[in-house]
Design a protein around this ligand. Structure first.
Ligand code: 5GP
Ligand code: MN
Length: 336
């Protein structure tokens, strides 16, 4: 697999070192630091190589990432006004799909991406990629897409790298590994970070911007959720939160403010699986975490049209919040 991975990076290098192309970078809906960090690092590389490049996102980014170099250049496209995105995608020579490999994760852009003739390039670390692309720079052993982007940059041209871009890459690795504590943290992950440190990245500053940047409302919401919305199924070693739209409205939450809640449940002694079941505008989203051999991506894909990694996955339900919780409880009692 690793040979194919390196060969594919080489193939990508050949594609990118020819003439200037129109390139669109897409990232998954509700992008996280890994999606945005990898998109920005790739964006700066492609611009350096004289391509015409644009990053499209179907939703805005959490405010704790607003320091990332180039983040204001991301074009946020709305479902109610999709024509600009459609035209950009139709006219693209290459489309990058970053940090996702199931097309539905790109939200309403799915069909636009599907029907273009552009050369589609997936750069991702999620399991079981869909087979829609022309080239896969795919490595499920990588901690993050940013770790893969580092391999790409190193193999193409490192001369232009600087602190700002190294910090985008570091942020993706940092958050996808849960600060280097998840099982996806490898020797290579630490090696890449050591290499990034050559660019004088400010590790203390980035950690503060990402983790110590909470609004008081967010903390009050977490406190409320732990007191009122946490369910413990002790005999199954499972804990989950059930969060309604009303709950969120009460605390005036901003985008990204529910991130990390699932880890509160997982941090409880002896708990081996945690979930946040969260009511959204048109659906219910489920966020799952586990430790050890419990594969929550299987749970997400079997029951909630989702997926992800063994220890971190997500999915969607079209049932009501209460019905989704009931379904989750039934699954737990039947399977765990
Ligand atoms: P989160 O709980 O942070 O939203 O997602 C955890 C992990 O599961 C992430 O790696 C994310 O990419 C993946 N994931 C979340 N939702 C979905 C989904 O609906 N489908 C798939 N295939 N993966 C998802
Ligand atoms: Mn990722």
């Amino acid at each position: 697999m690793i040979e194919t991975y390196l060969q594919n990076i080489h193939q990508l290098k050949n594609l990118l070192l020819t003439s200037s192309k129109k390139i669109i970078i897409t990232i998954h809906h509700h992008p996280d630091a890994d999606a945005i960090g990898s998109a920005l690092a790739l964006y700066h590389l492609l611009k350096k190589l004289k391509h015409d490049v644009c990053i499209l996102s179907t939703s805005t980014y959490p405010s704790f990432l607003s320091w990332m170099y180039g983040i204001d250049d991301i074009l946020i496209v709305q479902e109610k006004n999709p024509s600009k995105a459609n035209i950009l995608l139709i006219n693209a020579d290459y489309i990058f799909c970053l940090d996702y490999s199931s097309l539905h994760r790109v939200n309403f852009l799915e069909n636009f991406v599907k029907k273009t003739n552009a050369h589609k390039i997936v750069v991702d670390h999620h399991l079981n990629p869909d087979t829609f692309a022309d080239l896969y720079i795919w490595n499920a052993k990588a901690s993050s897409t940013t770790e893969i982007i580092w391999d790409i940059i190193k193999n193409i041209d490192l001369s232009w790298m600087d602190k700002n871009i190294a910090e985008c890459i570091y942020a993706g690795i940092l958050t996808d590994t849960g600060s280097f504590k998840h099982a996806n943290t490898s020797q290579n992950t630490h090696r890449v970070v050591a290499e990034l440190m050559q660019f004088q990245i400010n590790i203390a500053k980035i950690n503060q911007l990402i983790y110590d940047n909470n609004s008081l409302n967010k903390l009050l919401f977490f406190s409320f959720a732990i007191q009122k919305r946490l369910v413990l199924i002790q005999e199954k070693k499972i804990a989950y939160f059930q969060i309604s739209k009303k709950d969120k409205a009460k605390f005036h939450l901003q985008i990204g403010d529910t991130e990390g809640l699932v880890n509160q449940a997982l941090s409880i002694k002896n708990i081996t699986m945690a979930a946040v079941i969260k009511e959204k505008e048109h659906c219910v989203r489920i966020s799952l975490r586990s430790v050890g051999d419990i594969a929550v991506n299987q749970l997400a894909s079997t029951y909630f049209s989702g997926g992800g990694h063994k220890n971190a996955a997500g999915g969607t339900s079209l049932l009501s919040l209460e019905e989704t919780v009931k379904k989750f409880e039934t699954i737990i009692h039947q399977n765990y």
